[in-house]
Write a protein that binds this ligand. Sequence first.
Ligand SMILES: [Zn+2]
Length: 310
Amino acid sequence: MERRCHMKKILAFCLAAAMVLGGCSKGTENTEGETALTVVTSFYPVYLLAANVTDGVEGVTLKNMTQPQTGCLHDYELTTEDMKTLEGADVLFINGLGMESFMDKVMGQYPDLFIVDTSTGSVTLEGDDHGHAHEGEEEGEEEVNAHIWLNPSNGVKQAEVICDALSQADPTNADKYAANTATFAESMESVIAQAEAINAAPGTEVAVFHEGFPYLTDLCGLEVGVGIYADENEEPSAKEMAEAAEEIKEDGIKLLLAADDAGMKYAETLAAETGATVVELNPITSGELNKDVYRLGMERNLQILADALS
Ligand SMILES: [Zn+2]
């Protein structure tokens, strides 16, 4: 997998961030002069990262805009409940890289909302060009893989962006945000070491059934030989499945990495056809609203991968 920074996009985000920073909300002060800051995240993984940064900081209310079982936001539409949550927000943290494309339509309704794109500085992988265009994209246009949180180094970068923005909105607690972020970064060092220890044999290929998993495989030195990405609105064609089965057999792919979602049945079908094994991993897009779930999910994924490869 090729790593590349999409400088043009990052620059565009920086400019957008600079624009929204102009209208930066400083939170409101209560009668004791303490900050009361309402921090909202767009979806689950961003919530977990923000929860690590804001852990134990008084006066901060952290809310996730979408229901924790929503999953990725690719085809999401805002609900009236979400809009209410946004109205009360001082800061909104988004994943960025197109994950929250639904925000483009409604941005004008929240002129005072401080929107922060947490993808700034993350290392991105190329998106999968599987012949279909998402809304607003040209067919075949190269896209960036937005599932950056599945690389713990990116998770740390996202937490740092959150920390910087909160320190600006709430300077009184800047030291606390910084200390929390440092603790989080330190905990990710052992996760990164766990991934590096997997050290797959060069050229080991796997098949992936969730668009986020290339960030995990890249981390462990695995190559994506086959990628089949399905969701509620989209399923692989019979031709795609036949080609995938062929490649799995030809390339000697043993592991089919799938999440407990729409992609699972395709992994199971291909496992039955090829004799390869389905390995279930967690894309960390839904679950408990608990800051430790990010680290625990990563550790568990890496343990499962290490066991499957041994
Ligand atoms: Zn996704």
